[in-house]
Design a protein around this ligand. Structure first.
Ligand code: GLN
Length: 235
């Protein structure tokens, strides 16, 4: 029996789940176990309510434009809950399509405007007959951590004023191919175009999210062991 429990909301996990993004949840469960924590998961999808009080951590994966359009019709119903979750500094990981839907809008590959919920201040444009595909490496200047992954997206995302990049592009395309940023950080929300999935190759980020969720839920607990957990570097 684990000493701690955390409950994860997998937002639209039945619709936005490309390129093995669900592996992020397996990675979180793997590291949670090492942190004496049981991580339980519920998919919250179309026509279901999202109560932020029920969850400690959230994951929102990527998908095709078609599925994103479907989700964009339902997600306004969850906007208040997501906004509250973020304002309470609960950690969330949003990848690719999920990342785009947290922003203002995404112009799909066929020029269609897919509205986001604007809880983060970025927007995403399209590109003509091109996708950013390939291996990517970025570095987060604040933590000194280097993240490796694989990107595959049409969208070109531009960050808002109160968002920081997840990292600076060392190789690959990143948010838009121009400004050398990749992903976004706002409060405890981590966004990225990395598939692969990001947390299986970059355990430091998984640890950061789990530790924050544990500190939120168990403010008086001694989390020394969890804090000292060593993550094997990846290449
Ligand atoms: N459909 C979006 C794009 O092409 C998101 C892709 C994804 O989630 N991999 O930019």
């Amino acid at each position: 029996m684990a000493t701690y429990t955390l409950h994860l909301a997998h937002l639209y996990g039945d619709l936005l789940n490309t390129y093995g993004d669900v592996g992020n949840i397996l990675a979180l469960q793997y590291y949670a176990k090492k942190m004496d924590t049981e991580l339980t998961v519920d998919v919250i999808s179309m026509e279901e309510s999202f109560n932020p009080d029920d969850f400690d951590i959230a994951f929102f994966g990527g998908g095709q434009d078609y599925e994103q359009m479907i989700v964009s019709r339902d997600i306004p119903n969850k906007k208040n809950g997501i906004e509250q979750f973020i304002s309470e500094n609960k950690p969330m990981l949003a990848i690719c399509g999920g990342y785009q839907l947290l922003g203002h809008y995404y112009i799909g590959a066929d020029g269609e405007k897919i509205p986001g919920i604007g809880v983060l201040d970025h927007y995403t444009l399209s590109q003509n007959n091109n996708r950013f595909i390939g291996n990517i490496t970025i570095k987060n200047e604040d933590t000194g951590e280097t993240y490796h992954g694989f990107e595959n997206h049409n969208g070109r995302t531009f960050l808002g004023t109160d968002e920081k990049a997840l990292g600076t592009v060392i190789s690959g395309h990143g948010n838009n191919g121009d400004d050398h940023t990749e992903g976004a950080i706002y409060k405890e929300v981590f966004c990225s175009y990395f598939h692969g999935p990001i947390l299986t190759r970059n355990g430091e980020l998984a640890k950061r999210m789990l530790l924050k969720a544990l500190k939120n839920k168990y403010p008086d607990a001694d989390l020394t062991k969890q804090t000292n957990l060593q993550i094997q570097p990846t290449f």
